[in-house]
Ligand binder design. Structure first.
Ligand SMILES: Cc1cc2nc3c(=O)[nH]c(=O)nc-3n(C[C@H](O)[C@H](O)[C@H](O)COP(=O)(O)OP(=O)(O)OC[C@H]3O[C@@H](n4cnc5c(N)ncnc54)[C@H](O)[C@@H]3O)c2cc1C
Length: 434
């Protein structure tokens, strides 16, 4: 089943709060006929558009192809949380890879946040980047672990934007009785992701990039130059970047072996007005330690944007709302009965280790995917790193490629049933509080 079309109408943004509050341009034309480019990029999300912008700024002729619209994928519909580091505790990464390599990877993640802040400032200030992401945990044992990680970041890396929270601290910020403590990272932030990705598309075009929408790539033919085929045209390119993440159909074996699509869902309540302070006392975002993470924040019109459900088959469940609202009201019983005005889902790529898979697939084919719910800053950085590699500087590509990202057991054919079984088991443990 093709993840590009299973849950969405071709060329149409989902009915999200983001789409309702962004300035969406008219649809761009589809690719027709024969074209040539230095670099052809498949996918117009954070990864593809950041790569395109960086390449065009260095004088490369770039064509971007998207099956739907620029910003249609996860980039235009995510939780908007710009987190620090990877999806791992940094001291676990240091234990696995050694202090030097782990530090280089942390620095790269800090660069990713800085790049994103610069891009938003220059091209999409309306994305309203706002500092602060709290992490909530459910047990005292978890609290000790999180506080150890905070101490590691402060002492070993001099990262002082993060502070440890005990139970009283977090309940002053987040009005739930569920959390036993956690952390607050003021170097992390949250944004309106659709406004940002639309701004990136405008910036890329201003730098000379051509974006074709409604242009699904269904075949890539290797050669000295790569032929990228869409229904009504093709591009001959010196290099190709695969930037389709969870939406990329099962077209390239090396990507499918490491990256699996899953779905995540978000609901937006009706505006809460003054009652918003009964949920969050500051304009921060929150994620928590459930295996299926709850992630939420207030919108500029004081809705709670609450994400926290996943599904592991290509198709979305018929009823997204009931389970999502149940999770929200378990954390915040005070929201019981609050209307949900918008509800939507999106597809993202995950890997075995929840670390991104940045790869060279062939002499002139590159891929970045599998950011595993941690991609708002890292996908753009990965796009930039691929652009650097294509222009001859593979330094940061080598660092990123050093992340341990094994193939899924069972390969592309069996990864989905095996993994969805495992994920369903862990999600069930969440529900049982184990
Ligand atoms: C609901 C949800 C919540 C999330 N929350 C967060 C969060 O709070 N923080 C965080 O860091 N990360 C989060 N993520 C993950 C984050 O959004 C992604 O890691 C990131 O957006 C990936 O960007 P991308 O450009 O690689 O892929 P996408 O933005 O998915 O873009 C891929 C594009 O490729 C196109 N495409 C695919 N195949 C083809 C083809 N064959 N031909 C042409 N076009 C093709 C698609 O149409 C799509 O537009 C979330 C994801 C989801 C779905």
């Amino acid at each position: 089943m093709n993840p590009l079309y299973r849950n969405d109408t071709p060329g149409t943004f989902p009915a999200s709060w983001y789409a309702a509050t962004a300035d969406i341009p008219d649809q761009r034309p589809a690719l027709r006929g024969a074209h040539s480019a230095d670099v052809c990029i498949i996918g117009a999300g954070f990864t593809g558009l950041t790569a395109a912008l960086r390449l065009a700024q260095q004088g490369r002729h770039v064509i971007v192809l998207d099956a739907h619209r620029a910003g249609f994928g996860a980039s235009g519909r995510n939780g908007g949380q710009v987190s620090s580091g990877f999806n791992w505790d940094q001291h676990a990464l240091a234990a696995k890879l050694g202090d030097g390599p782990a530090r280089a990877l942390w620095d790269l993640c800090e660069d990713a946040k800085a790049d994103l802040a610069d891009l938003i400032k220059s091209h999409a200030p309306e994305a309203r980047q706002t500092p602060g992401v709290a992490y909530g945990i459910y047990t005292d044992a978890e609290r000790r672990k999180v506080h150890d990680e905070v101490a590691f970041l402060q002492k070993s890396y001099g990262y002082n934007q993060i502070t440890a929270l005990d139970r009283a601290d977090i309940s002053a910020l987040v009005k739930t009785k569920a959390y036993h403590g956690g952390s607050l990272d003021m170097g992390a932030s949250h944004i309106h992701p659709l406004r940002y990705v639309l701004g990136l598309a405008r910036a890329a075009e201003a730098a000379g990039v051509t974006i074709y929408e409604g242009s699904e790539v269904h075949n890539i033919a290797n050669g000295t130059r790569v032929k990228v085929q869409t229904p009504k045209g093709h591009v001959m390119a010196d290099h190709v970047i695969l930037a389709g993440n969870g939406y990329l159909p099962n077209m390239v074996g090396q990507v499918a072996a490491k990256v699996m699509p899953i779905n995540s869902f978000i609901g937006a309540t009706a505006p809460l007005g003054d009652k918003a302070a009964d949920i969050l006392t500051r304009d921060i975002a929150v994620a928590d330690s459930k295996f299926v993470v709850n992630y939420y924040r207030l919108s500029e019109d004081k809705r709670l944007l609450f994400g926290g459900r996943e599904s592991y088959s290509v198709g979305f469940p018929n009823d997204i709302k009931t389970a999502l609202v149940k999770r929200m009201c378990t954390l915040f019983p005070q929201l019981t009965g609050t209307p949900i005005d918008y509800i939507w889902g999106g597809t993202l790529g995950i890997t075995m280790t929840r670390l991104p898979a940045v790869q060279k697939i062939g002499p002139n084919i590159w891929s970045a995917a599998g950011f595993s719910g941690h991609g708002v800053a890292l996908s753009g950085m990965s796009g930039r790193i691929l652009a650097e590699a294509i222009m001859g500087d593979t330094n940061r590509f080598d660092t990123m490629q050093s992340l341990p990202v094994p193939n899924f057991p069972g390969g592309a054919a069996f990864r989905a049933p095996l993994l969805s079984l495992a994920m369903t088991w862990y999600a069930m443990r969440d529900r049982l509080g184990l």
